[in-house]
Design a protein around this ligand. Structure first.
Ligand SMILES: [Fe+2]
Length: 306
């Protein structure tokens, strides 16, 4: 994180943050990439999802795995135990939600995750799109429904900043340390001796979890429904890939190294020389990185009535 990430990326974007944050002074104290922050949700954020909506999506939303999935404390349940094939027209679609079996497995203590809600719900899409455009980053939304007194996951780290929107029930968050340096992976589990905070989140409250901070959460006695709004900033390696794709245009698609190893090092030096001399279109790199963020589109209007 460190040098590359300015600390106040939310400055001057009060309107979009106001869609998540209910209080300006709490928004002002947000320390991007630094520490976790509990905050009061805006009215709009409070109304983003509900249990009723989750039930409706499961039954009538024509969702297919992996748009939704079940897990026990982070251990995935095999999708064949909660999906079914459906015939639509003459097409057989597999992996479709079987709401009765989903409910039965949730009743046994499993957490339901619904991924990519911004792809099928207009209000969530609108929020993610505006945040995504403002931050020039990828913004996705995942809902988590966890039964009473169950953990939604094992302790883990996410390679993204997360804004938790507690919609119903409560969840007790255990927060661990931030990783040091930039070379950690999501598999670098936080140790139990690195717990930094415990925060109980009630409906109407939000929580900012900085990228990489270890966490897990335990649902309260009434269960928990929350929406995670996930902000993924572009990696520097994404810039390298975009540049590599651009510089590839200098080479013919069928230009190849000669057969056998003889002279291969010199041939590679020549390739590197051509790369050094290749023009770099920085604006095109910016556009390529932005395209990779897949910011949700605004729904187009139908062409009539005019
Ligand atoms: Fe997480």
């Amino acid at each position: 994180m460190g040098d590359m990430e300015p600390q106040h990326e939310m400055d001057g974007d009060a309107s979009v943050w106001g869609r998540l944050f209910g209080k300006q002074d709490e928004l002002d104290s947000l320390e991007w990439g630094g520490s976790a922050l509990r905050f009061t949700l805006s009215e709009e954020a409070c109304a983003l999802i509900s249990r009723q909506q989750v039930e409706s999506w499961l039954t009538y939303g024509n969702l297919r795995y992996p748009q939704f999935s079940l897990s026990h404390g982070g251990e995935p349940v095999h999708p064949s135990s909660y999906t079914r094939p459906r015939i639509i027209g003459e097409h057989r679609h597999t992996g479709c939600a079987d709401p009765h079996r989903v409910a039965a497995i949730i009743d046994q203590g499993a957490t339901l995750s619904m991924t990519g809600i911004e792809m099928w719900d207009g209000r969530v899409a609108g929020l993610c799109a505006e945040l995504g455009r403002t931050l020039a980053a990828r913004v996705q939304a995942i809902a988590f429904l966890t039964p009473p007194d169950r953990y939604g996951s094992a302790p883990h780290r996410d390679a993204a900043h997360v804004f938790v929107v507690q919609a119903e029930g409560t969840k007790r968050w255990t927060l661990y340390d931030l990783p040091t340096g930039d070379d950690w992976t999501a598999n670098d589990m936080p140790g139990e001796d690195t717990v930094t905070r415990e925060i109980e989140l009630r409906a109407g409250e939000g929580l900012y979890v900085p990228m990489g901070m270890g966490h897990r959460a335990l649902a309260g006695s009434q269960g928990s429904l929350h929406l995670s709004v996930i902000v993924t900033t572009p990696r520097l390696t994404d810039v390298v890939q975009a540049w590599a794709a651009q510089v590839s245009a200098v080479f013919g698609g069928q230009e190849r190294l000669r057969i056998n190893r003889e002279g291969r090092a010199d041939a590679i030096r020549e390739v590197l020389r051509r790369i050094r001399e290749a023009p770099v279109d920085v604006e095109a790199l910016v556009a390529a990185i932005e395209a990779g963020a897949s910011i949700p589109d605004v729904a187009p209007s139908l062409p009539w009535p005019r």
